[in-house]
Ligand binder design. Structure first.
Ligand code: GDG
Length: 730
């Protein structure tokens, strides 16, 4: 299999001190590294030689099939410092106060995503697998999908996906979601993020899902959970090595009184990491438990990050002041409570810090996953050590045996520090063992393997559904089949098939263009155009009466065949049932803002297009349970359509209506086409048989054999029929 990994950074970087080019040690590079070495793969990412020689960097990239994307400093500033880190990063982590909105940075973000797209296209083949990583490239899956409709495209978001209430703030919210939906599989670290994403696509794009399966632009997409792990063995081995022991002795324990316990915090300097909250909790701890003064130290490592972004500069000052304040307040001639390092540590030193620490404080205010927590546990493989972990980190979903804290609850943090420092050793080992077991199995390599396997499963499922999306080629075939015969029947649903949905169904009047198109088609004596709708007779007469089309109203209850002046009732029923059902449905209308009741001859219809998604789902469940006993053993049934719930007379459906129409028109039809968007149209598709053309309009599962994207694509097909008629007549 050929695979293209795409991420903001390439897995190789220049070392500013030595000038050498090295493999990056970040979580992603270690997760995908072994895979990329094993497979026929390439990697697309930003050109960033840093301190290394450009020639050497270029050479290594070429050797490892890396395709660099060159950005100007202006592009990089707008895309990376700007939209990625000053808009998306704070917003997705729930820090709306730090979000900046700027058209210029959005422009740059789009431009750079396009540059990445171009770089991928320069090496991609039509059926390649492309795996796009993270929040800097949210638009890329959509851009790639346009160019490579058949490619397997995966997307993984490493940071949280925010709640709908937070996400909706973003002016570019639609574009971002549409970009993500270009992928076939969208992965997140936790189920909460999946839920938030699904809620946003439902409320913002009106795209629904069934247990994480989404229909977007007539394509099946899945959203699922894939918690990223670490290279456990690497950290476990390094933690137990003699070199680490030596480093701990010379670098760490030598500098503090014997018997002192150590706590550690390590992260990029970032406001999401809760460094100030942690320092304040430590101050309160020393205040509340004076017996621990001179017996514990806290090592704080903050790695320089995003120094060009103003909020980061201010944060650095605040943290340094706080460290100074605590050290000034509590230090004694032989002890200082905090050792502060503002630098990136080489791997060996980082491992020594991990291994040396009795307590690890990982208390971010919000964090997609947090690998530091996992790395700490791995370096303590089989030994003691206590992890205090924020419930706001994705890792808390997996590491239940850590001391889980709310980072905003200072008292709880203080108590957790005390508990951690006084926890019996056998208990520490026991708690760690369960978590270490999990981390040993779910490594970063396994994460990548599982994600890619799921991606190919999604592709298989897409292939299994036999529906063919109408493209230029298939459209020409259908138009050709239409033109080649003399007797045709075209059955067209109306709402959602010929016009888009609107909140108030009464306003969905056919526009002039559509009326003209339908009359043109119906003007051909050899073509019967039948509008088959759930709408009532009066509306249909008013809207289509003058167009020369035939009509089937109320999902098949009434039929008006060419030459009829009156509607024919297909069944005779007593409508007294309405008196019982109407008050029940009216109650639902009263208690559900945005919904309305429509009365038809053979049905009562509850419309909920204008209702909030979750509320509508709740009401439908209630309705199903309260009405099913009422309609049981009667000639009524409950039927669900596109944002409608209907109580109707049994046996009235579009399928039987189409059969009725065909049996009342004796000419043999050489070309039958049925088109619809709704579950009620599925009856029609099933009734006509496989030698006809059945067309599903829009997304969702269907038994139709073709699919078009939306009502405009449907109109385009009809337009071509009309054009074919005209050409044939000249
Ligand atoms: C995102 C999400 C999610 C840190 N300091 C040093 C150093 N590190 C290494 C750690 C660890 C990595 O950086 C940090 O991993 P995190 O998971 O904490 O966070 P990010 O990579 O910033 O970001 C996060 C992650 O993606 C993966 O999906 O977990 O939630 O924000 O590997 O070891 N490494 C060295 N010196 C340091 O000073 N050598």
């Amino acid at each position: 299999m050929s695979i293209i990994f795409v991420s903001n950074r390439l897995p190789f970087k220049g070392n500013a001190t030595t000038g050498a080019v090295e493999r990056s040690a970040g979580g992603l590079a270690t997760a995908l590294g072994p895979l990329s070495d094993r497979m026929d793969s390439s990697w697309v990412g930003m050109w960033d030689p840093d301190g290394a020689s450009k020639e050497e960097y270029k050479h290594i990239l070429k050797k490892h099939h890396c395709v660099p994307v060159h950005l100007t400093s202006k592009e990089r500033k707008g895309y990376y410092d700007g939209f990625s880190n000053s808009t998306i990063w704070p917003l997705f982590h729930g820090f709306s106060q730090y979000v900046t909105f700027d058209d210029g940075t959005w422009e740059a973000y789009q431009k750079v995503n396009r540059k990445f797209c171009k770089a991928v296209l320069s090496i991609a083949k039509p059926n390649d697998t492309i795996w796009v990583q993270d929040y800097q490239l949210l638009l890329l899956p959509g851009m790639l999908r346009k160019e490579l409709p058949d490619a397997s495209i995966g997307f993984f978001l490493h940071i949280p996906f925010p709640t709908y209430e937070m996400f909706r703030i973003l002016p570019q919210r639609r574009g971002i979601l549409e970009g993500m939906l270009g992928a076939d599989l969208i992965g997140f670290h936790t189920y909460d993020y999946v839920r938030h994403f699904l809620s946003s696509i439902s409320r913002i794009l009106g795209v629904e899902n069934h247990a994480g399966t989404i229909w977007a632009d007539a394509r099946m997409v899945r959203a699922d959970v894939f918690p990223l792990g670490i290279n456990y063995q690497r950290f476990a081995e390094a933690g137990a090595s003699g070199k680490t022991k030596q480093l701990i002795k010379t670098m760490l324990t030598a500098n503090r009184p014997a018997g002192t316990k150590s706590m550690l915090s390590v992260e990029r300097l970032d406001y999401t990491k809760g460094i100030s909250n942690r320092l304040r909790a430590y101050e309160t701890f020393l205040e509340r438990y004076p017996e621990w003064r001179e017996h514990v130290i806290l090592n704080v490592i903050t790695v320089p990050s995003r120094e060009h972004v103003p909020s980061y500069k201010r944060l650095k000052d605040r943290i340094e002041q706080l460290v100074g304040h605590i050290n000034g307040r509590f230090s004694t001639p032989s002890w200082q409570p905090i050792y502060y390092y503002y630098q990136s540590m080489p791997f060996e030193k980082l491992v020594a810090f991990y291994r040396d620490s009795d307590v690890m404080l990982v208390t971010p205010l919000r964090d997609g996953m947090n690998l530091v927590a996992k790395e700490y546990l791995a370096t303590h493989d089989g030994t003691t050590g206590v992890l205090i972990l924020s419930e706001m980190a994705g890792a808390a979903r997996e590491l239940n045996d850590a001391l889980i804290v709310n980072p905003y609850d200072q008292n709880q943090m203080v108590r957790a520090m005390y508990r951690a420092l006084t926890m019996p050793e056998d208990k520490q080992r026991r708690r760690n063992a369960t978590m270490q077991d999990r981390l040993r199995r779910f490594t970063s390599a396994r994460w990548a393997e599982i994600f890619l396997r799921s991606l190919s499963q999604v592709k298989e499922q897409q292939g299994e559904s036999k529906v063919r999306t109408i493209n230029d080629g298939t459209r020409d075939d259908i138009v050709h089949a239409y033109g080649a015969v003399s007797k045709r029947a075209i059955f067209l649903d109306y709402d959602g098939t010929l016009v888009p949905f609107v909140d108030d169904p009464a306003t969905a009047i056919p526009d002039k263009k559509l009326c003209k198109l339908l009359s043109r088609l119906a003007a051909n004596q050899n073509t019967s155009v039948v509008i088959i709708s759930g709408r009532d007779r009066d509306t249909m007469d008013r809207w289509f009466g003058e167009l020369g089309v035939e009509m089937i109203a109320e999902h098949g209850a009434w039929v008006k065949i060419a030459g009829d002046t009156e509607w024919r009732a297909r069944i005779a029923v007593n409508n007294s049932w309405k008196e019982r059902i109407r008050p029940i449905l009216q109650e639902y209308v009263d208690s559900t803002p945005g919904s309305l009741l429509e009365e038809k001859d053979y049905a009562l219809v509850w419309h909920y297009r204008g209702v909030e998604h979750e509320l509508a789902q709740k009401r439908i469940a209630e309705m199903r349970s309260s009405l099913s006993s009422v309609v049981e053993n009667t000639a009524l049934e409950l039927s669900e359509g596109n944002k409608i719930m209907e109580v109707k007379v049994t046996g009235v459906d579009k399928g039987s209506a189409v059969s009725y129409w065909l049996s009342n028109n004796d000419a043999p039809y050489d070309f039958v086409l049925t088109a619809g968007d709704d579950t009620t149209d599925e009856d029609m598709f099933r009734s006509v048989g496989s030698e006809t053309f059945t067309v599903k309009v829009g997304s969702g599962p269907t038994s139709a054999s073709y699919r078009v994207k939306d009502c405009y694509a449907m109109r385009d097909l009809l337009q071509r029929f009309a054009d074919a008629d005209e050409t044939a007549n000249h």
